[in-house]
Design a protein around this ligand. Structure first.
Ligand code: T1G
Length: 693
């Protein structure tokens, strides 16, 4: 049973014991009800304490049960909370670590609440595309007030228990041992006369509830246009204010059942578990010993090296930063300082913290200064010859057991590893620019990369708050290999009849943060040009429309040259459709003998998204990515794929692989259709009604 029961000094102690976060799965719920009944029938027991084992009071309902019969199997959380409220003997919730979602709702059903300082308190359901479904929208406003409760519920953000000390939520903040304080409090409560207090009986006081709720609803609706849950949170709270607790509870229940089945909620839950699943590597057990990483070194103080360094400084880890020339080193340090100063200006960082972080950098021009480093990350020029020099030098100076990582975004990590006598210590750590901002980190596993190296860098990734996804070695790893097919389709569509602004508008309406042409202008069209030139040499079979080369030949590299696919006013970043470029595109189609046609938004979105899905399926089949959710996490955290659609592979599941296959076969029949070589995995899964996830 996921609940322990003991008695101490006439007080029954019910301990939630369902590691890792005391999720309120069916066995835990049943255990609480049994514990309450057992305490009620024990004449030696005068009061009850509910507490959590391990690091949490409770992380809430067991999300893995959602949309399964167990989620609604009695006793539901509603039933559990009713039993707590009906108990004649006082129930005290003793909270530490985490009280979230259903965990906080359970505590709100208790007669009294005591919290240890430092506990994270939240109703984060909205982040999963649902709403608090066990009375949270009704009890929290009665506990801490309408505005504070609505804000917590609509944002899903946690607050620390001590910050809520005077909010009306807690009867006390534990000064000493939480359980001792709770037992003592419970014994005193047992001596009180009359019924014990219930949060549900409190009144919601607000000078203008109607006006506030209307304002809140309008604001929330405007800010969450792709997510149905936040507005439903407001509606549930409003129902309770206007029609009373019981009616409000009914509305909340209705909205919960509706929201838990939405594609948005499925996508958000997929992302929640996908982020955690990414750190699990099939042949690397979680018990794998890891190497101690105390000292980090970064080679190269350019844009990437500086950004990578900042990740470690932000986590309080000292970095030895190596450059070849003093002016490059000074420039790199100045850029890091400038980035932090920008955060100070925005009030996101104090000057003291800025200086403390800068003090963690040990700048050097000498490789010898790297000899104590546990982890060395090179972010030098993206050319194999340069990497060879660096890794041969590292082989000489790095201590045995040091992890040697390359930030390469396109080169073969196995070739890089072969430059050393320790290929098992070599791994790819592909950060995404800006490296101190982008969450995604592709961990590129060479064929000889040691498993403890992988386990170690996954731990480092968590410490520097990155979403790390393991990729095998191939050209472009996971993200860039897929984006290449996406760009090919974008360029072909220009040749066949579309224009840059139309393609960008269509895919941005689908939900991408930025379409391919605005993105290319931002990153620099010359980067893609260099890759295509390499491609023409290495893979002449992979044909491209030459339209982008034409653009680059005119020097229109994008924002950095003031003109690209779009025009830009001096000093501004707004992408203005360019008549000159549009005419160049039309002229190119004519020269290529292509009859331009109208291409609708649906085709634009399908060709762009399904090109990702098709390449993602090949990546899965080749074992470059070990699971579809890893591919989704790459796109959600590194390429601006809309979170509410869950990533390309989950979106394909939502559309149905049968339909994806038919669309791909249709495009394969069109001009430039030879770019569509359908992934056998899609055909196999579609044939048996399967899904990627
Ligand atoms: N259900 C199932 N598994 C969960 C879980 C949950 N609620 N919370 C965490 N886990 C798993 C997680 O997948 C991971 O598994 C392990 O626990 C450690 O998690 C009726 C319906 C609590 C702050 O949204 O925010 O209540 O990878 O790595 O960094 O209104 O987990 O080890 O196999 O994140 O210490 C609302 C979600 C649910 C809280 C701990 N509750 N969890 O963070 O550990 S809906 C939430 C978190 C609900 C009611 C509704 C965090 C945490 P594995 P972790 P952590």
């Amino acid at each position: 049973m996921a609940v322990d029961y003991t008695t101490r000094d006439g007080v029954a102690v019910i301990t939630l014991n369902n590691p890792p976060v005391n999720g309120l799965g069916h066995s835990t719920r049943a255990g609480i009800v049994e514990g309450i009944a057992r305490a009620a029938s024990d004449p030696s027991v005068s009061a009850i304490v509910i507490t959590g084992a391990g690091k949490a009071f409770s992380g809430g309902a067991d999300i893995t049960e959602f949309n399964t019969p167990r989620a609604m199997q009695e006793p539901t959380l509603h039933t559990v909370i009713n039993e707590v409220e009906k108990s004649a003997k006082p129930v005290v919730a003793a909270i530490h670590g985490v009280a979230m979602g259903g965990g906080l709702e359970l505590a709100l059903g208790a007669h009294y609440r005591i919290a240890a300082p430092g506990a994270q308190i939240a109703l984060p359901e909205v982040k999963l595309g649902i709403l608090p479904g066990a009375g949270g929208t009704q009890r929290l406003p009665r506990a801490i007030g309408l505005e504070a409760a609505l804000n917590m519920i609509v944002t899903g953000s946690p607050a620390m228990s001590e910050k809520l000390a005077n909010s009306g939520l807690f009867d006390a903040i534990a000064q000493g041992d939480l359980l001792e304080d709770a037992i003592a409090f419970a014994r005193r409560a047992a001596d009180r006369q009359g019924p014990h207090p219930l949060v549900r009986n409190r009144k919601i006081e607000h000078p203008n509830a109607e006006g506030f709720l209307q304002f809140a609803r309008n604001t929330v609706a405007a800010m969450s246009k792709n997510y149905p849950a936040p507005v439903k949170c407001v509606d549930a709270i409003a129902a309770g204010v206007k029609q009373g607790f019981d009616k409000g509870l009914l509305r909340e229940r209705e909205y919960f059942v509706e929201l838990v089945q939405t594609p948005e909620s499925r996508a958000l839950r997929h992302a929640f578990f996908g982020e955690r699943a990414a750190s699990k590597i099939p042949d690397v057990p979680s018990s794998m010993p890891t190497r101690e990483i105390q000292k980090v070194a970064v080679i190269g103080a350019g844009t990437m090296g500086g950004g990578i360094t900042m990740n470690f400084l932000n986590a309080g880890v000292p970095v030895t930063l190596l450059e070849t020339k003093q002016e490059a080193l000074d420039r790199g340090l100045a850029t890091i300082r400038k980035n932090y100063e920008a955060q100070v200006k925005k009030g996101k960082l104090t000057v003291e913290k800025l200086e403390a972080r800068m003090a963690l950098i040990r700048p050097t021009l000498a490789y010898d200064d790297l000899k104590e480093a546990d982890l060395i990350i090179e972010a030098v020029f993206e050319e194999l010859g340069v990497k060879e020099q660096v890794f041969k030098r590292l082989d000489e100076v790095a201590k045995p057991g040091a992890i040697l990582a390359s930030n390469t975004s396109t080169l073969d990590v196995d070739k890089i590893a072969a430059f050393t006598k320790r290929p098992h210590d070599v791994v790819g750590l592909h950060f995404f620019s800006p490296a101190n901002v982008m969450k995604l980190l592709e961990v590129v596993r060479g064929k000889e990369t040691a498993r403890d190296v992988l386990a170690t860098v996954m731990q480092v990734a968590k410490k520097i708050r990155k979403t790390a996804v393991v990729s095998g070695v191939c050209d472009g790893f996971i993200g860039n290999r897929m984006i290449e097919q996406y760009v090919r389709q974008a360029l072909y569509m220009l040749e066949e009849g579309a224009l840059p602004a139309q393609v960008d508008r269509a895919i941005e309406k689908f939900g991408f943060a930025m379409g391919p042409f605005r993105m290319s202008d931002l990153a620099g069209n010359d980067i893609g040009w260099a890759i295509r030139k390499r491609r023409y040499q290495e893979h002449p079979d992979m044909k491209y429309s030459k339209i982008a080369d034409r653009l680059c030949e005119t020097g229109r590299f994008g924002q950095k040259t003031g003109a690209g696919w779009y025009d830009y006013k001096a000093g501004e970043r707004d992408a203005l459709p360019s008549k000159l470029v549009d005419e160049m595109i039309v002229a190119y189609s004519k020269e290529a003998g292509v009859e331009r046609r109208t291409i609708g938004d649906e085709e634009i979105v399908e060709r762009l998204v399904f090109s990702l899905v098709n390449e993602g399926a090949k990546i899965l089949a080749e074992g470059i990515a070990s699971k579809a959710s890893d591919v989704d996490m790459v796109y959600l955290t590194g390429y601006g794929f809309p979170l509410w659609r869950g990533g390309p592979m989950l979106y394909a599941d939502t559309v149905g692989l049968y339909n994806v296959e038919r669309a791909i076969r249709r495009y394969a029949q069109q001009p430039n259709g030879d770019a569509w070589e359908i992934a056998p995995l899609i055909v196999d899964l579609a044939a048996k009604g399967g899904t990627f996830n």
